[in-house]
Design a protein around this ligand. Structure first.
Ligand code: UD1
Length: 428
């Protein structure tokens, strides 16, 4: 078991290169199953979620060839299984995309319910409703989603709630269905558009992704393609928050600035200077912040996956800031960790009230989930003294080479093995 150790207080300066988007990658890799051909996917982030999804495809008979650190070829011609057991899905929330992809390919899917980050109840009723409207029979048996259809037929599907996962899953299941599928009240996140572009590069007919109505004309066959994944909006936002938190001056490279509008807007409101270029963005900060209120919402609103990281700034912003979580029921578990570092925060359900304090002080903390872990890094970099973060396997799921990237910006951060005395203390 490893921990991250941070000696805080260093200003981050210099340049950082953003990797490909995790949430696009974990949808696009299973989508390659639909082609029955060879897909070469570029700009894949080198993170454990991608490794995990790649292993799942391999275990089903796909031939996987790693071309370089960020490019993998998936040959899905010989995949002949539609069953994905629990051992494969337990670490990865996005494993539910295999249901849509396998249904699309075989009209059958038997996939164990997924693991992933725990921020409250994570239902899949909208996914199931979508599959059923396409003509599938779906039931849950022994924690497996079992879906079956004689053939899938396009349908009008209204989403009662905006759901990224359900929108993606219905896109996957319907690209080869007979006729027209219309998804209304669809999610509009950048990775939905990226998936649509990938499907279209394979010969699909998906229109309207990025708006709240997506129209999919089913095609009989898809073919292989070469496709490059978009930059990661949340990784970029995390480095923006870290640069701002440390009073730094950082050029964030390889980004689509438009995807970062809501994050930039909030940082500017806090008093941070943001300069946009074509595919990069500069963050300059004095390390002093004005209070600001944040409400998370589906895209193009402020992303829930940036809520913990940006909230770190509010712990030291002058005055009172309100953060309202509009997507998940239970996404403030990380607040207890910030309180250990001296923050003054009160949580009531989906609202947190941040009363700015002078500074945070390093402490032993843990990563409750992926983005909570990222927030602990931002807090540790900003705090005085030493912060040690446990449960860093969550952070490894979604951030490529983050220790190296932060070090190159001047952070004093490293990994270290748990010593025996650490283990004894943890057990006690
Ligand atoms: C995806 C992201 C996750 C992000 C979330 C919201 C991936 C792999 N994960 O998760 O990081 O936090 O979008 O931007 O891309 N809901 C239902 N029924 C359903 C599905 C969802 O009620 O069938 C609810 C959820 O409980 C939640 C809301 O809809 O309150 C949004 O969830 P959704 O957009 O589906 O999140 P994920 O796709 O799981």
């Amino acid at each position: 078991m490893e921990k991250i150790v941070i000696h805080g207080g260093n200003r981050l300066t210099g340049e950082v290169e953003i990797s490909g988007a995790k949430n696009a990658a974990v949808a696009i890799i299973p989508a390659a199953l639909l082609a029955q051909d060879v897909c070469r996917i570029e700009n894949l982030p080198n993170i454990s979620d991608v490794t995990c999804m790649t292993k799942i495809l391999e275990s089903m008979g796909a031939k996987v060839k790693r071309i370089n650190k960020h490019t993998i070829e998936y040959d899905t011609r010989n995949v002949n299984s539609y069953i994905v057991p629990h051992e494969m899905t337990k670490k990865l929330r996005a494993s539910y995309y295999l249901v849509g992809a396998l249904l699309g390919r075989f009209c059958r899917a038997k996939v164990a319910l997924p693991g992933g980050c725990d921020f409250g109840v994570r239902p899949i009723d909208l996914h199931i409703k979508g599959f059923e409207l396409l003509g599938a029979n779906v039931n849950l048996e022994s924690a497996m989603v079992n879906a079956k259809a004689d053939r899938l037929t396009g349908s009008a599907i209204y989403m009662d709630k905006v759901s990224v996962g359900a929108t993606i899953n219905i896109m996957l299941a319907s690209v080869k269905a007979r006729g027209l599928t219309i998804i209304e009240n669809a999610a509009k996140e950048p990775h939905i558009v990226d998936l649509a572009n990938f499907l279209n590069a394979m010969g699909a007919d998906v229109r309207g992704a990025g708006t709240d109505v997506i129209k999919i004309h089913g095609v009989t066959e898809l073919h292989g393609c070469t496709y490059s994944i978009i930059p990661d909006q949340i990784e970029a936002g995390t480095y923006m928050a870290a640069a701002a938190a440390t009073g730094g001056d950082v050029l964030i490279k390889n980004v689509i600035p438009k995807h970062l509008d809501s994050i930039s807007a909030k940082l500017i409101e806090c008093g941070v200077k943001i300069t946009e270029y074509d595919d990069s963005l500069r963050v300059e900060s004095s390390g002093k912040f004005r209070h600001c209120n944040i409400k998370t919402m589906p895209h193009p609103g402020f992303p829930t996956d940036m809520q913990p990281q940006i909230s770190v700034l509010l712990t030291v912003a002058e005055g009172t800031s309100l953060v309202s979580e509009g997507v998940w029921d239970n996404r403030f578990k990380y607040v207890d960790q910030l309180i250990r570092m001296g923050a003054n925060v009160q949580v009531d359900g989906t609202i947190a009230v941040f009363q700015g304090v002078k500074e945070l002080t390093g402490a032993p903390v843990k990563a409750n989930d992926l983005r909570a872990g990222a927030a602990m890094i931002v807090a540790g970099l900003m705090a005085t003294g030493t912060t040690e973060i446990e449960d860093i396997q969550y952070i490894d799921r979604g951030y490529e080479d983050y220790i190296e990237k932060f070090k190159a910006l001047g952070a004093d951060i490293y990994r270290r093995e748990f010593s025996d005395s650490d283990k004894a203390n943890a057990a006690g």
